[in-house]
Design a binder for this molecule. Structure first.
Ligand code: NG1
Ligand code: ZN
Length: 540
Protein backbone atom coordinates (compact mmCIF):
# COMPACT_ATOMS: atom_id res chain seq x y z
CA UNK A 1 0.00 0.00 0.00
CA UNK A 2 1.44 3.38 -0.95
CA UNK A 3 2.11 6.17 1.47
CA UNK A 4 -0.44 8.39 -0.30
CA UNK A 5 -3.15 5.73 -0.12
CA UNK A 6 -2.51 5.37 3.60
CA UNK A 7 -2.72 9.13 4.10
CA UNK A 8 -5.95 9.44 2.18
CA UNK A 9 -7.45 6.58 4.11
CA UNK A 10 -6.39 8.05 7.44
CA UNK A 11 -8.09 11.32 6.51
CA UNK A 12 -11.30 9.50 5.63
CA UNK A 13 -11.22 7.53 8.88
CA UNK A 14 -10.94 10.76 10.80
CA UNK A 15 -13.70 12.45 8.85
CA UNK A 16 -16.13 9.55 9.13
CA UNK A 17 -15.34 7.63 12.31
CA UNK A 18 -16.90 4.29 13.10
CA UNK A 19 -19.42 4.66 15.93
CA UNK A 20 -18.48 2.66 19.04
CA UNK A 21 -19.92 -0.83 19.39
CA UNK A 22 -21.46 -0.99 15.92
CA UNK A 23 -21.63 -4.34 14.10
CA UNK A 24 -22.77 -4.56 10.51
CA UNK A 25 -23.04 -7.59 8.25
CA UNK A 26 -23.05 -7.77 4.45
CA UNK A 27 -26.29 -9.65 3.80
CA UNK A 28 -28.77 -10.22 0.97
CA UNK A 29 -29.31 -6.47 0.83
CA UNK A 30 -25.59 -5.57 1.12
CA UNK A 31 -24.99 -3.21 4.05
CA UNK A 32 -28.20 -1.53 5.10
CA UNK A 33 -29.01 0.63 8.15
CA UNK A 34 -30.00 4.13 9.24
CA UNK A 35 -28.23 6.50 6.87
CA UNK A 36 -26.51 8.47 9.62
CA UNK A 37 -24.76 5.30 10.85
CA UNK A 38 -23.35 4.45 7.43
CA UNK A 39 -20.53 6.83 6.36
CA UNK A 40 -17.73 4.74 7.94
CA UNK A 41 -18.82 1.56 6.15
CA UNK A 42 -18.73 3.41 2.82
CA UNK A 43 -14.96 3.78 3.27
CA UNK A 44 -14.64 -0.01 3.56
CA UNK A 45 -16.95 -0.60 0.59
CA UNK A 46 -15.03 1.86 -1.58
CA UNK A 47 -11.80 -0.03 -0.88
CA UNK A 48 -13.42 -3.39 -1.51
CA UNK A 49 -14.94 -2.20 -4.80
CA UNK A 50 -11.50 -1.03 -5.94
CA UNK A 51 -9.93 -4.39 -4.98
CA UNK A 52 -12.68 -6.39 -6.66
CA UNK A 53 -12.25 -4.40 -9.85
CA UNK A 54 -8.47 -4.88 -9.83
CA UNK A 55 -8.79 -8.62 -9.27
CA UNK A 56 -11.42 -9.10 -11.96
CA UNK A 57 -9.70 -6.60 -14.29
CA UNK A 58 -13.14 -5.23 -15.02
CA UNK A 59 -15.56 -2.55 -13.93
CA UNK A 60 -17.59 -3.27 -10.78
CA UNK A 61 -20.54 -1.31 -9.43
CA UNK A 62 -21.50 0.21 -6.08
CA UNK A 63 -25.18 1.07 -5.70
CA UNK A 64 -26.25 3.33 -2.84
CA UNK A 65 -29.85 2.56 -1.90
CA UNK A 66 -32.06 1.08 0.80
CA UNK A 67 -34.62 -0.04 -1.76
CA UNK A 68 -38.10 -0.25 -0.18
CA UNK A 69 -36.95 0.93 3.27
CA UNK A 70 -37.85 4.38 4.62
CA UNK A 71 -36.09 7.59 3.57
CA UNK A 72 -34.00 7.69 6.76
CA UNK A 73 -32.32 4.36 5.88
CA UNK A 74 -29.71 3.78 3.26
CA UNK A 75 -27.36 1.04 2.14
CA UNK A 76 -24.83 -0.14 -0.37
CA UNK A 77 -24.44 -3.18 -2.56
CA UNK A 78 -21.59 -4.17 -4.85
CA UNK A 79 -22.20 -5.38 -8.40
CA UNK A 80 -19.91 -7.91 -10.07
CA UNK A 81 -18.60 -7.48 -13.62
CA UNK A 82 -21.34 -9.48 -15.31
CA UNK A 83 -23.97 -7.34 -13.62
CA UNK A 84 -24.68 -9.95 -10.97
CA UNK A 85 -24.51 -9.69 -7.17
CA UNK A 86 -21.14 -9.75 -5.44
CA UNK A 87 -19.60 -13.24 -5.28
CA UNK A 88 -20.33 -14.84 -1.93
CA UNK A 89 -16.67 -15.38 -1.01
CA UNK A 90 -16.16 -11.62 -1.07
CA UNK A 91 -18.96 -11.04 1.41
CA UNK A 92 -16.46 -12.41 3.93
CA UNK A 93 -13.99 -9.60 3.14
CA UNK A 94 -16.82 -7.09 3.44
CA UNK A 95 -17.64 -8.47 6.87
CA UNK A 96 -13.98 -8.56 7.95
CA UNK A 97 -13.55 -4.92 6.94
CA UNK A 98 -16.70 -4.01 8.81
CA UNK A 99 -15.33 -5.56 12.00
CA UNK A 100 -12.07 -3.56 11.85
CA UNK A 101 -11.89 -0.39 13.91
CA UNK A 102 -10.59 2.97 12.73
CA UNK A 103 -6.91 2.31 13.49
CA UNK A 104 -5.06 3.10 10.25
CA UNK A 105 -2.21 0.68 11.14
CA UNK A 106 -4.50 -2.27 11.75
CA UNK A 107 -6.58 -1.44 8.68
CA UNK A 108 -3.57 -1.06 6.39
CA UNK A 109 -2.04 -4.30 7.72
CA UNK A 110 -5.28 -6.11 6.87
CA UNK A 111 -5.43 -4.49 3.44
CA UNK A 112 -1.80 -5.31 2.66
CA UNK A 113 -2.41 -8.95 3.57
CA UNK A 114 -5.51 -8.99 1.42
CA UNK A 115 -3.61 -7.45 -1.49
CA UNK A 116 -0.97 -10.16 -1.18
CA UNK A 117 -3.54 -12.89 -0.92
CA UNK A 118 -5.43 -11.61 -3.96
CA UNK A 119 -2.27 -10.72 -5.84
CA UNK A 120 -3.17 -7.04 -6.20
CA UNK A 121 -0.46 -4.52 -7.03
CA UNK A 122 -0.89 -0.93 -5.88
CA UNK A 123 -0.79 0.38 -9.44
CA UNK A 124 -3.19 -2.19 -10.97
CA UNK A 125 -5.98 -0.51 -12.84
CA UNK A 126 -9.44 -0.40 -11.34
CA UNK A 127 -12.77 1.07 -12.39
CA UNK A 128 -15.80 1.49 -10.17
CA UNK A 129 -19.24 2.61 -11.36
CA UNK A 130 -21.27 4.40 -8.69
CA UNK A 131 -24.95 5.32 -8.67
CA UNK A 132 -27.50 6.26 -6.04
CA UNK A 133 -31.22 6.62 -5.45
CA UNK A 134 -33.14 9.78 -4.48
CA UNK A 135 -32.47 9.65 -0.73
CA UNK A 136 -31.08 12.86 0.75
CA UNK A 137 -28.24 10.94 2.33
CA UNK A 138 -27.17 9.28 -0.94
CA UNK A 139 -24.81 11.85 -2.51
CA UNK A 140 -22.64 12.08 0.62
CA UNK A 141 -22.42 8.29 0.97
CA UNK A 142 -21.55 7.98 -2.72
CA UNK A 143 -18.82 10.59 -2.37
CA UNK A 144 -17.20 8.57 0.44
CA UNK A 145 -17.20 5.38 -1.64
CA UNK A 146 -15.66 7.39 -4.45
CA UNK A 147 -12.88 8.89 -2.35
CA UNK A 148 -11.99 5.54 -0.75
CA UNK A 149 -11.79 3.82 -4.13
CA UNK A 150 -9.77 6.69 -5.56
CA UNK A 151 -7.25 6.32 -2.76
CA UNK A 152 -6.35 3.07 -4.51
CA UNK A 153 -5.86 4.66 -7.95
CA UNK A 154 -9.21 3.62 -9.25
CA UNK A 155 -11.16 5.41 -11.97
CA UNK A 156 -14.72 6.33 -11.03
CA UNK A 157 -17.69 6.30 -13.38
CA UNK A 158 -20.19 8.46 -11.56
CA UNK A 159 -23.70 7.78 -12.83
CA UNK A 160 -25.31 9.77 -10.02
CA UNK A 161 -29.09 9.15 -9.98
CA UNK A 162 -29.99 5.73 -11.36
CA UNK A 163 -32.22 2.79 -10.52
CA UNK A 164 -30.46 -0.29 -9.13
CA UNK A 165 -31.13 -2.37 -12.28
CA UNK A 166 -29.82 0.43 -14.50
CA UNK A 167 -26.47 0.26 -12.74
CA UNK A 168 -26.38 -3.55 -13.05
CA UNK A 169 -27.08 -3.13 -16.75
CA UNK A 170 -24.41 -0.42 -17.17
CA UNK A 171 -21.73 -2.54 -15.49
CA UNK A 172 -22.54 -5.53 -17.67
CA UNK A 173 -22.54 -3.46 -20.89
CA UNK A 174 -19.28 -1.76 -20.02
CA UNK A 175 -17.53 -5.08 -19.47
CA UNK A 176 -19.16 -6.71 -22.47
CA UNK A 177 -17.77 -4.01 -24.76
CA UNK A 178 -21.24 -3.09 -25.91
CA UNK A 179 -22.42 -6.59 -26.88
CA UNK A 180 -25.20 -6.39 -24.31
CA UNK A 181 -26.03 -2.77 -25.13
CA UNK A 182 -24.57 0.67 -24.61
CA UNK A 183 -23.65 1.36 -20.98
CA UNK A 184 -25.25 4.80 -20.71
CA UNK A 185 -28.77 5.53 -19.54
CA UNK A 186 -29.71 6.50 -23.10
CA UNK A 187 -28.39 3.10 -24.20
CA UNK A 188 -30.54 1.35 -21.60
CA UNK A 189 -33.75 3.07 -22.66
CA UNK A 190 -32.95 2.73 -26.31
CA UNK A 191 -32.51 -1.05 -25.95
CA UNK A 192 -35.70 -1.57 -23.94
CA UNK A 193 -37.94 0.80 -25.85
CA UNK A 194 -36.76 -0.33 -29.29
CA UNK A 195 -37.37 -3.98 -28.38
CA UNK A 196 -40.81 -3.10 -27.00
CA UNK A 197 -41.75 -1.25 -30.19
CA UNK A 198 -40.37 -4.01 -32.39
CA UNK A 199 -42.35 -6.65 -30.57
CA UNK A 200 -45.54 -4.63 -30.98
CA UNK A 201 -44.92 -3.85 -34.63
CA UNK A 202 -44.18 -7.44 -35.61
CA UNK A 203 -47.19 -8.95 -33.81
CA UNK A 204 -50.40 -9.18 -35.84
CA UNK A 205 -53.69 -8.55 -34.02
CA UNK A 206 -52.06 -7.18 -30.94
CA UNK A 207 -54.57 -5.83 -28.46
CA UNK A 208 -54.69 -2.08 -27.80
CA UNK A 209 -52.89 -1.09 -24.57
CA UNK A 210 -55.14 0.07 -21.77
CA UNK A 211 -53.77 3.12 -19.92
CA UNK A 212 -51.54 2.19 -16.99
CA UNK A 213 -51.29 4.07 -13.68
CA UNK A 214 -47.95 3.65 -11.93
CA UNK A 215 -47.21 4.23 -8.26
CA UNK A 216 -43.52 5.15 -8.36
CA UNK A 217 -43.02 4.99 -4.55
CA UNK A 218 -41.81 8.62 -4.60
CA UNK A 219 -38.47 7.24 -5.67
CA UNK A 220 -35.92 7.20 -8.45
CA UNK A 221 -38.22 5.21 -10.76
CA UNK A 222 -40.50 8.23 -11.20
CA UNK A 223 -37.98 10.35 -13.07
CA UNK A 224 -36.78 7.41 -15.15
CA UNK A 225 -40.31 6.38 -16.08
CA UNK A 226 -41.09 9.95 -17.10
CA UNK A 227 -38.43 9.68 -19.79
CA UNK A 228 -39.80 6.37 -21.03
CA UNK A 229 -43.39 7.56 -20.90
CA UNK A 230 -42.67 10.10 -23.62
CA UNK A 231 -40.78 7.70 -25.84
CA UNK A 232 -43.60 5.14 -25.74
CA UNK A 233 -46.54 7.56 -25.77
CA UNK A 234 -47.53 6.39 -29.23
CA UNK A 235 -48.20 2.88 -27.92
CA UNK A 236 -49.21 3.14 -24.30
CA UNK A 237 -50.57 5.84 -22.09
CA UNK A 238 -48.67 5.83 -18.81
CA UNK A 239 -49.59 8.05 -15.87
CA UNK A 240 -47.10 8.38 -13.03
CA UNK A 241 -48.24 8.92 -9.44
CA UNK A 242 -46.20 9.21 -6.26
CA UNK A 243 -43.49 10.84 -8.30
CA UNK A 244 -41.71 12.42 -5.33
CA UNK A 245 -43.19 15.90 -5.73
CA UNK A 246 -45.53 15.51 -2.75
CA UNK A 247 -45.25 12.29 -0.72
CA UNK A 248 -42.30 10.65 0.98
CA UNK A 249 -40.21 7.79 -0.33
CA UNK A 250 -41.91 4.39 0.22
CA UNK A 251 -44.34 5.92 2.72
CA UNK A 252 -47.74 4.28 2.28
CA UNK A 253 -46.78 3.52 -1.30
CA UNK A 254 -44.49 1.35 -3.38
CA UNK A 255 -44.40 -2.34 -4.21
CA UNK A 256 -43.40 -3.48 -0.72
CA UNK A 257 -46.22 -1.59 0.98
CA UNK A 258 -48.82 -2.86 -1.49
CA UNK A 259 -47.66 -6.48 -1.21
CA UNK A 260 -47.25 -6.45 2.57
CA UNK A 261 -50.55 -4.76 3.43
CA UNK A 262 -52.42 -6.15 0.42
CA UNK A 263 -53.89 -2.76 -0.28
CA UNK A 264 -53.65 0.09 -2.77
CA UNK A 265 -51.09 2.82 -2.12
CA UNK A 266 -51.99 6.37 -1.12
CA UNK A 267 -51.68 9.07 -3.74
CA UNK A 268 -53.30 7.31 -6.69
CA UNK A 269 -56.94 7.63 -7.89
CA UNK A 270 -58.59 4.21 -7.81
CA UNK A 271 -61.46 4.82 -10.19
CA UNK A 272 -59.99 5.93 -13.50
CA UNK A 273 -57.80 3.02 -14.52
CA UNK A 274 -58.20 -0.67 -15.22
CA UNK A 275 -54.51 -1.38 -14.62
CA UNK A 276 -52.21 -0.27 -11.82
CA UNK A 277 -48.71 -1.16 -10.77
CA UNK A 278 -46.32 -0.24 -7.99
CA UNK A 279 -42.55 -0.23 -8.11
CA UNK A 280 -40.24 0.16 -5.10
CA UNK A 281 -37.80 2.89 -4.08
CA UNK A 282 -34.95 1.77 -6.34
CA UNK A 283 -37.19 0.30 -9.08
CA UNK A 284 -36.20 -3.36 -8.92
CA UNK A 285 -39.55 -4.70 -7.71
CA UNK A 286 -42.90 -4.62 -9.46
CA UNK A 287 -46.43 -5.52 -8.35
CA UNK A 288 -49.65 -5.11 -10.38
CA UNK A 289 -53.11 -4.53 -8.96
CA UNK A 290 -56.64 -3.53 -9.91
CA UNK A 291 -60.04 -2.96 -8.38
CA UNK A 292 -62.50 -5.65 -9.48
CA UNK A 293 -66.23 -5.42 -10.28
CA UNK A 294 -67.08 -5.97 -6.63
CA UNK A 295 -64.83 -3.09 -5.65
CA UNK A 296 -62.26 -5.49 -4.22
CA UNK A 297 -58.55 -4.82 -4.36
CA UNK A 298 -56.81 -7.59 -6.36
CA UNK A 299 -53.05 -8.14 -6.36
CA UNK A 300 -50.74 -9.72 -8.93
CA UNK A 301 -47.40 -10.53 -7.31
CA UNK A 302 -44.10 -12.14 -8.31
CA UNK A 303 -45.59 -15.63 -8.70
CA UNK A 304 -47.97 -14.22 -11.29
CA UNK A 305 -45.11 -12.80 -13.35
CA UNK A 306 -43.43 -16.21 -13.37
CA UNK A 307 -46.60 -17.81 -14.68
CA UNK A 308 -47.23 -15.09 -17.27
CA UNK A 309 -43.66 -14.93 -18.58
CA UNK A 310 -43.25 -18.72 -18.64
CA UNK A 311 -46.62 -19.14 -20.43
CA UNK A 312 -45.67 -16.66 -23.11
CA UNK A 313 -42.20 -18.09 -23.65
CA UNK A 314 -43.36 -21.73 -23.64
CA UNK A 315 -46.01 -20.83 -26.22
CA UNK A 316 -43.55 -19.03 -28.49
CA UNK A 317 -41.02 -21.87 -28.20
CA UNK A 318 -43.72 -24.24 -29.35
CA UNK A 319 -44.69 -22.00 -32.26
CA UNK A 320 -41.03 -21.71 -33.26
CA UNK A 321 -40.76 -25.54 -33.07
CA UNK A 322 -38.03 -25.17 -30.49
CA UNK A 323 -39.87 -26.57 -27.49
CA UNK A 324 -38.16 -29.96 -27.65
CA UNK A 325 -34.57 -28.72 -27.57
CA UNK A 326 -34.96 -25.91 -25.07
CA UNK A 327 -34.97 -26.39 -21.32
CA UNK A 328 -37.29 -23.86 -19.69
CA UNK A 329 -37.77 -23.72 -15.92
CA UNK A 330 -39.17 -21.53 -13.18
CA UNK A 331 -37.31 -20.87 -9.95
CA UNK A 332 -39.24 -19.98 -6.83
CA UNK A 333 -38.68 -19.74 -3.09
CA UNK A 334 -40.75 -21.35 -0.36
CA UNK A 335 -42.84 -18.15 -0.23
CA UNK A 336 -44.35 -18.83 -3.65
CA UNK A 337 -48.02 -19.62 -3.34
CA UNK A 338 -48.60 -23.38 -3.58
CA UNK A 339 -51.20 -22.87 -6.30
CA UNK A 340 -48.70 -21.10 -8.55
CA UNK A 341 -46.33 -24.05 -8.26
CA UNK A 342 -49.20 -26.40 -8.90
CA UNK A 343 -50.27 -24.48 -11.99
CA UNK A 344 -46.76 -24.37 -13.42
CA UNK A 345 -46.02 -28.05 -12.82
CA UNK A 346 -49.38 -29.69 -13.44
CA UNK A 347 -51.10 -27.40 -15.95
CA UNK A 348 -48.19 -25.93 -17.85
CA UNK A 349 -45.79 -28.84 -17.37
CA UNK A 350 -42.94 -26.45 -16.67
CA UNK A 351 -40.43 -27.71 -14.10
CA UNK A 352 -40.12 -25.67 -10.91
CA UNK A 353 -37.07 -25.50 -8.66
CA UNK A 354 -37.23 -24.16 -5.11
CA UNK A 355 -34.22 -22.36 -3.62
CA UNK A 356 -33.51 -20.43 -0.41
CA UNK A 357 -34.73 -16.82 -0.11
CA UNK A 358 -32.54 -14.18 -1.74
CA UNK A 359 -32.24 -13.22 -5.36
CA UNK A 360 -28.69 -14.50 -5.69
CA UNK A 361 -29.95 -18.06 -5.08
CA UNK A 362 -32.69 -17.70 -7.66
CA UNK A 363 -30.37 -16.17 -10.22
CA UNK A 364 -27.77 -18.87 -9.71
CA UNK A 365 -30.27 -21.67 -10.16
CA UNK A 366 -31.80 -20.02 -13.23
CA UNK A 367 -28.45 -20.46 -14.97
CA UNK A 368 -29.19 -24.21 -15.13
CA UNK A 369 -31.84 -23.62 -17.80
CA UNK A 370 -31.88 -22.29 -21.37
CA UNK A 371 -34.71 -20.06 -20.20
CA UNK A 372 -34.76 -19.56 -16.43
CA UNK A 373 -37.68 -17.51 -15.15
CA UNK A 374 -37.35 -16.42 -11.54
CA UNK A 375 -39.35 -14.16 -9.24
CA UNK A 376 -39.62 -13.75 -5.52
CA UNK A 377 -43.24 -13.42 -4.40
CA UNK A 378 -42.47 -9.77 -3.55
CA UNK A 379 -42.09 -8.91 -7.25
CA UNK A 380 -38.34 -9.03 -7.68
CA UNK A 381 -37.23 -11.16 -10.59
CA UNK A 382 -36.28 -11.54 -14.21
CA UNK A 383 -35.59 -14.11 -16.92
CA UNK A 384 -32.21 -15.32 -18.09
CA UNK A 385 -31.50 -16.87 -21.46
CA UNK A 386 -28.55 -19.15 -22.27
CA UNK A 387 -26.24 -18.36 -25.16
CA UNK A 388 -27.28 -21.70 -26.72
CA UNK A 389 -30.88 -20.53 -26.74
CA UNK A 390 -29.87 -17.26 -28.35
CA UNK A 391 -27.99 -19.17 -31.09
CA UNK A 392 -30.97 -21.45 -31.68
CA UNK A 393 -33.23 -18.43 -32.14
CA UNK A 394 -30.77 -16.98 -34.61
CA UNK A 395 -30.68 -20.25 -36.54
CA UNK A 396 -34.46 -20.33 -36.89
CA UNK A 397 -34.44 -16.73 -38.11
CA UNK A 398 -31.78 -17.46 -40.71
CA UNK A 399 -33.19 -20.76 -41.92
CA UNK A 400 -35.15 -20.26 -45.18
CA UNK A 401 -36.84 -23.65 -44.71
CA UNK A 402 -38.60 -22.44 -41.60
CA UNK A 403 -42.18 -21.21 -42.01
CA UNK A 404 -43.23 -17.60 -41.60
CA UNK A 405 -44.99 -18.52 -38.33
CA UNK A 406 -41.93 -20.23 -36.91
CA UNK A 407 -39.73 -17.28 -37.77
CA UNK A 408 -42.23 -14.82 -36.32
CA UNK A 409 -42.28 -16.70 -33.02
CA UNK A 410 -38.47 -16.78 -32.93
CA UNK A 411 -38.37 -13.08 -33.69
CA UNK A 412 -40.84 -12.40 -30.88
CA UNK A 413 -38.64 -14.30 -28.44
CA UNK A 414 -35.61 -12.34 -29.65
CA UNK A 415 -37.37 -9.01 -29.11
CA UNK A 416 -38.61 -10.18 -25.71
CA UNK A 417 -35.03 -11.03 -24.66
CA UNK A 418 -34.05 -7.45 -25.44
CA UNK A 419 -36.82 -6.03 -23.26
CA UNK A 420 -35.70 -8.11 -20.29
CA UNK A 421 -32.83 -6.99 -18.07
CA UNK A 422 -31.06 -10.30 -17.61
CA UNK A 423 -28.63 -8.96 -15.01
CA UNK A 424 -31.18 -8.46 -12.22
CA UNK A 425 -34.88 -7.93 -11.45
CA UNK A 426 -35.89 -4.64 -13.06
CA UNK A 427 -39.29 -3.04 -12.49
CA UNK A 428 -39.13 -0.96 -15.69
CA UNK A 429 -38.10 -3.87 -17.91
CA UNK A 430 -40.57 -6.24 -16.22
CA UNK A 431 -43.33 -3.68 -16.66
CA UNK A 432 -42.71 -3.40 -20.40
CA UNK A 433 -42.49 -7.19 -20.69
CA UNK A 434 -45.77 -7.63 -18.79
CA UNK A 435 -47.61 -5.02 -20.83
CA UNK A 436 -46.57 -6.47 -24.14
CA UNK A 437 -47.37 -10.07 -23.14
CA UNK A 438 -50.82 -9.08 -21.89
CA UNK A 439 -51.51 -7.38 -25.20
CA UNK A 440 -50.17 -10.25 -27.30
CA UNK A 441 -52.20 -12.79 -25.30
CA UNK A 442 -55.26 -10.50 -25.23
CA UNK A 443 -55.42 -10.70 -21.46
CA UNK A 444 -56.60 -8.05 -19.04
CA UNK A 445 -55.57 -8.13 -15.39
CA UNK A 446 -58.66 -10.10 -14.44
CA UNK A 447 -57.89 -12.76 -17.06
CA UNK A 448 -54.31 -12.94 -15.84
CA UNK A 449 -55.48 -13.29 -12.23
CA UNK A 450 -58.00 -15.97 -13.18
CA UNK A 451 -55.32 -18.31 -14.53
CA UNK A 452 -55.35 -19.83 -11.03
CA UNK A 453 -56.62 -18.98 -7.54
CA UNK A 454 -54.10 -18.37 -4.77
CA UNK A 455 -54.34 -20.35 -1.57
CA UNK A 456 -54.97 -18.00 1.36
CA UNK A 457 -51.71 -17.36 3.21
CA UNK A 458 -50.36 -15.67 6.29
CA UNK A 459 -46.91 -14.38 7.16
CA UNK A 460 -45.86 -13.53 10.71
CA UNK A 461 -42.75 -12.06 12.25
CA UNK A 462 -41.67 -13.62 15.55
CA UNK A 463 -39.14 -11.96 17.84
CA UNK A 464 -36.90 -14.60 19.43
CA UNK A 465 -33.89 -14.54 21.73
CA UNK A 466 -31.49 -15.79 19.07
CA UNK A 467 -32.76 -16.36 15.58
CA UNK A 468 -29.73 -18.47 14.63
CA UNK A 469 -31.20 -21.20 16.86
CA UNK A 470 -33.37 -22.00 13.87
CA UNK A 471 -31.52 -23.79 11.12
CA UNK A 472 -33.17 -25.02 7.98
CA UNK A 473 -32.70 -27.42 5.08
CA UNK A 474 -34.50 -28.28 1.82
CA UNK A 475 -34.57 -24.69 0.52
CA UNK A 476 -35.65 -23.47 3.97
CA UNK A 477 -38.80 -25.57 3.92
CA UNK A 478 -37.77 -27.75 6.85
CA UNK A 479 -36.11 -27.00 10.20
CA UNK A 480 -33.16 -28.96 11.45
CA UNK A 481 -32.87 -27.16 14.79
CA UNK A 482 -34.13 -26.68 17.45
CA UNK A 483 -34.97 -30.35 17.98
CA UNK A 484 -38.65 -31.30 17.59
CA UNK A 485 -39.67 -28.02 15.96
CA UNK A 486 -40.13 -29.67 12.57
CA UNK A 487 -42.09 -32.59 14.09
CA UNK A 488 -44.43 -30.12 15.74
CA UNK A 489 -44.89 -28.18 12.48
CA UNK A 490 -45.55 -31.42 10.56
CA UNK A 491 -48.17 -32.42 13.06
CA UNK A 492 -49.92 -29.04 12.90
CA UNK A 493 -49.84 -28.95 9.10
CA UNK A 494 -51.35 -32.44 8.86
CA UNK A 495 -54.55 -31.10 10.41
CA UNK A 496 -55.18 -28.61 7.59
CA UNK A 497 -56.18 -29.80 4.11
CA UNK A 498 -53.76 -28.35 1.53
CA UNK A 499 -51.88 -26.87 4.50
CA UNK A 500 -48.23 -25.89 4.28
CA UNK A 501 -46.05 -24.04 6.77
CA UNK A 502 -42.41 -23.28 7.39
CA UNK A 503 -40.24 -21.06 9.55
CA UNK A 504 -36.88 -19.50 8.81
CA UNK A 505 -34.67 -16.83 10.32
CA UNK A 506 -34.82 -13.58 8.32
CA UNK A 507 -31.62 -12.60 6.57
CA UNK A 508 -32.38 -8.90 6.79
CA UNK A 509 -34.11 -8.41 10.16
CA UNK A 510 -33.56 -9.78 13.65
CA UNK A 511 -36.69 -11.93 13.58
CA UNK A 512 -37.98 -15.34 12.55
CA UNK A 513 -40.54 -15.48 9.75
CA UNK A 514 -43.49 -17.85 9.87
CA UNK A 515 -45.36 -18.71 6.68
CA UNK A 516 -48.57 -20.70 6.41
CA UNK A 517 -51.11 -21.42 3.70
CA UNK A 518 -54.36 -23.38 3.78
CA UNK A 519 -57.76 -23.64 2.10
CA UNK A 520 -59.31 -20.68 3.92
CA UNK A 521 -57.90 -17.46 5.35
CA UNK A 522 -59.11 -18.49 8.77
CA UNK A 523 -57.21 -21.76 8.55
CA UNK A 524 -54.06 -20.10 7.20
CA UNK A 525 -54.21 -17.59 10.09
CA UNK A 526 -54.78 -20.38 12.65
CA UNK A 527 -51.97 -22.50 11.30
CA UNK A 528 -49.53 -19.55 11.26
CA UNK A 529 -50.48 -18.67 14.80
CA UNK A 530 -50.02 -22.22 16.08
CA UNK A 531 -46.64 -22.46 14.42
CA UNK A 532 -45.70 -19.15 16.03
CA UNK A 533 -46.54 -20.56 19.44
CA UNK A 534 -44.27 -23.61 18.99
CA UNK A 535 -41.48 -21.40 17.66
CA UNK A 536 -41.75 -19.22 20.74
CA UNK A 537 -41.79 -22.23 23.07
CA UNK A 538 -38.85 -24.00 21.49
CA UNK A 539 -36.58 -20.94 21.21
CA UNK A 540 -37.02 -19.65 24.76
P1 NG1 B 1 -35.56 -11.99 4.59
O1 NG1 B 1 -35.58 -10.86 5.57
O2 NG1 B 1 -34.33 -12.84 4.63
O3 NG1 B 1 -36.84 -12.77 4.64
C1 NG1 B 1 -36.32 -10.28 2.65
C2 NG1 B 1 -37.34 -10.82 1.67
C3 NG1 B 1 -36.61 -11.46 0.52
C4 NG1 B 1 -35.61 -10.51 -0.12
C5 NG1 B 1 -34.72 -9.89 0.96
C6 NG1 B 1 -33.78 -8.82 0.42
C7 NG1 B 1 -39.47 -11.92 2.17
C8 NG1 B 1 -40.17 -13.00 2.90
N1 NG1 B 1 -38.15 -11.87 2.31
O4 NG1 B 1 -35.51 -11.33 3.10
O5 NG1 B 1 -37.55 -11.89 -0.42
O6 NG1 B 1 -36.23 -9.55 -0.90
O7 NG1 B 1 -35.50 -9.32 2.01
O8 NG1 B 1 -34.33 -7.56 0.34
O9 NG1 B 1 -40.10 -11.11 1.46
ZN1 ZN C 1 -35.62 -2.61 -4.39
Amino acid sequence: MTHIAKEKLATLLMEYPKPAGIVMGYGTAGFRARADTLPWIMIRIGILAAFRSKVKRACVGAMITASHNPEYDNGVKLIDPYGEMLEQAWEVYANNLSVLDDDIHILSDYLENLMNQLNIQANDEGIVAIAYDTRQSSPLLASIVKRAAQAFYTTIMDFELMTTPQLHYAVRCYNDNGTYGHYTEAGYFDKLCTAFQNLIEMTPNIQRFEPLAIDAANGIGAMKLAYMRQTLAKYIHIEIFNDGTRGHLNEKCGADYVKLYQKAPDGIPLTNYSKYCSIDGDADRLIYFFIDKNNQFRLLDGDRFSVLFASFLAMKLKEAKLADDVKIGVIQTAYANGRSTDYLVNKMHVPVACVPTGVKHLHHKALDYDIGVYFEANGHGTVIFSSELKSKIKMVLEDPKRTVEERLAANQIRAFINIINETVGDAIADLLATEVILSILHLNLEGWLNLYDDLPQRQLKVAVRDRTMIQTTDAERRCVTPPHLQDCIDELVSKYPSGRAFVRPSGTEDIVRVYAEALTQQEADDLADKVRVVVEQLTK
